[in-house]
Design a protein around this ligand. Structure first.
Ligand code: FE
Length: 316
């Protein structure tokens, strides 16, 4: 692979803002089965059982909901240097910070929409304390005996005022490959799914119907099986977690899904995309049309209206 392809290794973690930190922490730990791994200021660091890094989710107390930082781990120190040089040459000048436990310096910049994007290389491998030691040495942490037990942070779906500009930034400056997209009858790009890995997508940009910048549609956590998603729906039902839509199967990317709102208002997807990997180096970008989209999801479920009206933070 020639850079920029391959310079970003994978999605590392995201920082979500929440107006109800305690309730959000309870949702992610007790219901989804993440583990708290430290606090600093107004932030709580959380990890899934299969995270090799310190954390994959940061919850930060705030006046409203939304996403702050999306952090991407580079494939080497050299790759980090290359990406920073190219970002700065393209006008995306950022700043270096050392403000997260378990991580080296992060270069913080933003995409054209204003979403904060951070790149980093240095990352301490997690060492489980005695009460969280796994049975096998090739697993970072014991599986939780409660809740959904999500395996990893899977993807981030941003809302953006200009999908084409944001997708170009992710492709050309970060080195992602686009795998699927929605193009409207007018020719405008309405959504694009992009990957840094063999997963069929890591980041998604979807048009923000309000024209706002820097908002979030959802973040997604992956489970091991489809059955886990059905069980998650029951767990959410029993715990008064708002279920927005699903379980069902997406047409685009064929992801088996469940969408819920965490107590801070952010939309969270529980997904099972493991049946699909993009191994082909010459994968042809799949384009979905308006008429194809109007058929709804894979098995005919109509796309719920709130999918086009709920984003975080909410707009007046
Ligand atoms: Fe998703």
């Amino acid at each position: 692979m020639t850079p920029p392809l391959g310079d970003i290794a994978h999605l590392g973690h995201v920082e979500l803002l929440t107006p109800d930190l305690d309730a959000s922490v309870d949702f992610f730990t007790r219901i989804l089965g993440l583990t708290e791994n430290g606090r600093q200021g107004d932030s709580v660091y959380l990890r899934t059982w299969d995270d090799y890094e310190h954390h994959s989710l940061v919850l930060t107390a705030h006046t409203t909901s939304g996403i702050r930082r999306t952090a991407l781990r580079t494939s080497s120190e050299e790759a980090l240097g290359r990406r920073v040089a190219e970002l700065e040459a393209a006008g995306h000048t950022g700043r270096w910070v050392s403000d997260e436990p378990g991580l080296g310096p992060l270069y913080v910049t933003s995409d054209p929409d204003g979403h904060e994007v951070a790149l980093y290389w240095g990352s301490e491998w997690y060492q489980a304390p005695a009460d969280l030691k796994p049975g096998l040495k090739n697993q970072p942490q014991a599986k939780p005996a409660h809740g959904v037990g999500v395996r990893r942070l899977d993807h981030v779906n941003f809302l953006g005022a200009d999908v084409a500009a944001n997708a170009a930034f992710t492709r050309d400056l970060l080195g992602a490959r686009p795998t699927e997209q929605i193009v409207l009858d007018t020719g405008r790009l309405a959504a694009q799914w992009l990957t840094f890995t063999n997963k069929s997508y890591d980041l998604v940009y979807t048009e923000d119907w309000t024209g706002s910048r820097g908002r979030l549609h959802h973040i997604a956590f992956a489970t091991d099986t489809r059955e886990d998603i059905l069980r998650a729906a029951d767990i959410c039902l029993d715990n008064q977690v708002f279920i927005e839509t699903g379980p069902h199967k997406h047409a685009i990317q064929q992801t088996f899904f469940l969408y819920v709102y965490e107590p801070g208002g952010n939309r969270i997807e529980l997904c099972n995309p493991l049946t699909r990997l993009v191994l082909a180096p010459d994968w042809p970008l799949v384009t979905w049309t308006e008429s194809e989209r109007s058929k709804g999801q894979a098995w005919g479920l109509k796309t719920i209206e709130s999918f086009h009206t709920h984003g975080t933070p909410p707009v007046a």
